[in-house]
Design a protein around this ligand. Structure first.
Ligand code: B12
Ligand code: SF4
Ligand code: SF4
Length: 373
């Protein structure tokens, strides 16, 4: 060891802050039994049945040894990302603020790698592993234990100074850094996120039925359950409602750096009829660089159709009729059928009846039948 662990901790904190971290805290890397139990309960209830999470995941995510053998500390980092919402004209979709700028995974990875490199250099050996979003680690629970904030009733980590619009990232290390203390805070009697959630996903006991969450629904690669579609409103990727209404997050304001400003208005608030025609070339050009680029163009076209159905605007009928007639993906044709049934203008119903005769996919046929009921 070239430098004492706590001097390395100070170095890491300083470097992370210089690179855009809003807060940095350390927790010891003991397995977190509470987290494991809460995850097991959540998976047992089926709260995350759209994800391939199981008991083995819960065990790994609650124990940093799964990421780095010999782990003794975790440097938990919060990077604020809230920036001002661009103007959104009628019939334009709404994108969550985490997805309207360059993919945060890349930015977080570069920040975490730089800080981890600094730690390794000071230690004189590789002693770190980094994680952000994609690895099995209970990021919010460890961040809360490190004192970055508390887990709110909307289930996100809320920093008292930054709010909940923060990305979380971790540097797991075999070095023993002095841990920071957790905060003694909770949401108290506040219930704004629960009242504000349009789908009833939040139970009020700090748990969520993620299958009802718009963030989950808009990422699904199979048809969105019919009973959930009207609740999605104009969101075409993710949802921010429970955080926008959250007092500490409102008070924190927009603390995201320029790196999180929307690429352009068309990415952050796309015209729904144009999005309905999105093909893979344009998809790659516009969305591959964002955090909404991993599910493909058809998912976004499907979401545009749902948004148009919810807008209940007859001017969208021609675009939906075209999608019903010619979209190559049955899921998109099915969503267009639903939207036409919801708008229920004479031309919309006529197109549904005409298309029923030629549609070969049984799922789309079923959507047409339901739309005409
Ligand atoms: C799967 C996933 C989702 C799923 C499920 C979300 C969920 N609430 O579980 C869906 C697609 C719905 C989702 C949505 C979003 N996500 Co997401 N998601 C994840 C991911 C990959 C795994 C989360 C997971 O394992 N969930 C299962 C639950 C059971 O476990 P858990 O959340 O880890 O931990 C719970 C327990 O540990 C427990 N717990 C443990 N100890 C204690 C103690 C107390 C006192 C309490 C109350 C609870 C508690 O509470 C935690 C929260 O319920 C994480 C990255 C990661 N590896 O952690 C990002 C992550 C949680 N997501 C993130 C973001 C930004 C979002 C969205 C805001 C994006 C958006 N705007 O659309 C929304 C928020 C929706 C919401 N209200 O939660 C951030 C959250 C940042 C933050 N400030 O908390 C993360 C951490 C990614 C990152 N690296 O920044 N997400
Ligand atoms: S992100 Fe939206 S749908 Fe999901 S829990 Fe929050 S308010 Fe509800
Ligand atoms: S809105 Fe209120 S209850 Fe919900 S997370 Fe924020 S402070 Fe907690």
């Amino acid at each position: 060891m070239i430098v004492a662990p706590n001097s390395i901790k100070a170095l890491a904190v300083e470097r992370a802050r210089a690179l855009g971290a809003g807060d940095v805290r350390v927790v010891d890397a003991r397995a977190d039994a509470e987290s494991r139990e809460r995850m097991r309960a959540s998976f047992g209830r089926g709260d995350l049945r759209t994800w391939a999470y199981d008991d083995a995941y819960a065990r790994a995510a609650a124990d940093p040894q799964a990421i780095l053998a010999g782990a003794r500390s975790i440097v938990c980092i919060a990077v604020p990302y809230a920036t001002a919402e661009p103007a959104r004209p009628p019939l334009h979709g709404r994108v969550s603020n985490y997805a309207w700028s360059p993919d945060y995974h890349l930015r977080m990875r570069s920040l975490l790698s730089a800080v981890a490199g600094e730690i390794d250099r000071a230690a004189g050996a590789p002693v770190t592993a980094i994680a952000c979003d994609t690895k099995p680690i209970a990021e919010r629970a460890f961040a809360a234990r490190a004192g970055l904030g508390w887990i709110g009733k909307h289930t996100n980590l809320i920093s008292p100074s930054l709010g909940s619009f923060v990305f979380l990232g971790e540097i797991v290390t075999t070095l023993a850094f002095e841990p920071d203390a957790p905060l003694r805070k909770s949401c108290g009697s506040c219930a704004r996120c629960i009242d504000g959630c349009p789908t009833g996903a939040l139970r009020g006991d700090y748990t969520i039925d993620a299958t009802r969450c718009i963030a989950d629904l808009t990422q699904r690669t199979d048809p969105i359950p019919r009973e959930m579609r009207a609740l999605i409103g104009d969101w075409i990727w993710g949802c921010d409602i429970c955080q926008v209404v959250c007092p500490p997050t409102r008070n924190a304001g927009n603390q995201g750096s320029d790196a999180f400003v929307p690429f352009d208005a068309a990415t952050a608030a796309p015209a729904l009829t144009e999005l309905l025609q999105l093909r893979s070339g344009e998809f790659k050009r516009r969305y591959a660089r964002t955090a909404m680029g991993w599910r493909g163009a058809a998912v976004l076209r499907r979401n545009a159709a749902i948004g148009l159905g919810n807008a209940l605007d007859r001017s969208a009928v021609p675009a939906l009729v075209q999608a019903l007639a010619s979209d190559p993906h049955p899921m998109v044709r099915g969503a267009a059928a639903w939207a036409l049934g919801r708008i229920a203008a004479p031309k919309a119903l006529e197109a549904l009846r005409a298309h029923a005769v030629v549609e070969s996919d049984s799922g789309v046929q079923e959507e047409i039948t339901a739309a005409l009921l």
